[in-house]
Design a protein around this ligand. Structure first.
Ligand code: PAF
Length: 284
């Protein structure tokens, strides 16, 4: 495995792989890698011949009061995990490599970017779409791998790829969970032991939504209210949203339909967590 910081080195390695007839897979990350990221690397290794992991804590997707400066950056550990997982190249650029002085261009995916996460984190998806398009242009992968954990993110990226004819296939991989159901996230390290216990309420609330859909009779509004009630059983939780929406458009629902997603964003103490579950209901 090689770890490179410059675009020219990255391009040289990718070009060599291409000339050898290999297909390129890319796993974009912000580092602080965990088993969820490694499952993306495994999917990339299965489906492509040459795997590039990018590690870049992207400043443009953090709001002014968010955790950009304290976001964990354990680079040596990350490189070790990538080496053990059989990654070919880790690209870990500095900020000026990705955003040269004077850069003023950004990518805005209309509609999808302004609801749910977008409503609570204005500008977040502009930062995500911009950096992901840049990383795609830098790596030029055949396939890029993202986790379902960031459900709205993977939807926004798929729309960007479609709308701008980006020649990359975007593959979404299942969320990796701890034994008690908590979705793996680089931000879980912020949780105190008590908060860590509380945080299981998110996946429990999603399961509750799934059970209510499958039992039948409940409305989307009733299911959202039940998720909120479950989350509020612990005063450490403060809810941004707990929604059951269309899995493709993220639009609100009047009735249960076939392809839905339940999405939760909540603060546990000061740590903001998100999680989601795809739920298929019967047409009604
Ligand atoms: O999901 C992430 O880690 C980031 O949002 C991504 C896709 C690497 C863009 O910075």
């Amino acid at each position: 495995m090689v770890a490179v910081e410059s675009l020219s080195e990255l391009r040289q390695h990718v070009q060599n792989a291409r000339q050898a007839g290999l297909t390129i897979g890319c796993v974009p990350t912000m580092g602080a890698l965990h088993a969820g990221h490694i499952s993306l690397v495994e999917a990339a290794k299965k489906e492509t011949d040459f795997v590039v992991v990018t590690i870049f804590v992207n400043p443009t997707q953090f709001g002014p009061n968010e955790d950009f400066s304290k976001y964990p950056r354990p680079l040596e550990l990350d490189l070790q995990m990538c080496r053990e997982a059989g990654v070919d190249v880790v690209f870990h650029p500095e900020v000026p490599t990705v955003y040269p002085a004077g850069a003023t261009t950004s990518v805005e995916v209309g509609g999808l970017s302004s609801v749910l996460e977008g409503a609570f984190r204005p500008g977040h998806f502009r930062g995500v779409a911009t950096v992901v398009l840049k990383l795609f242009n830098m790596v030029q992968p055949d396939v890029a791998f993202f986790g379902q954990k960031d459900f709205q993110q993977q939807l926004v990226i798929k729309h960007m790829v479609r709308d701008l004819d980006v020649p990359v296939r975007v593959q979404t991989c299942p969320t990796k969970r701890e034994a008690d159901g908590l979705a793996m996230s680089s931000r879980n390290v912020y949780l105190s032991p008590e908060e860590r216990q509380t945080s299981v309420l998110l996946s429990q609330a999603l399961k509750l939504a799934e059970t209510m859909v499958h039992q039948g009779g409940a409305t989307p509004g009733g299911i959202e209210a039940a998720m909120k009630k479950h989350l509020e059983t612990d005063p450490r939780v403060s809810i941004d949203y707990a929604k059951l929406v269309d899995a493709h458009t993220l639009a609100d629902l009047n009735r249960i339909q076939s392809e839905m997603v339940a999405l939760i964003a909540a603060r546990v103490g000061t740590t903001r967590l998100i999680d989601n579950m795809l739920i298929s209901g019967h047409l009604s």
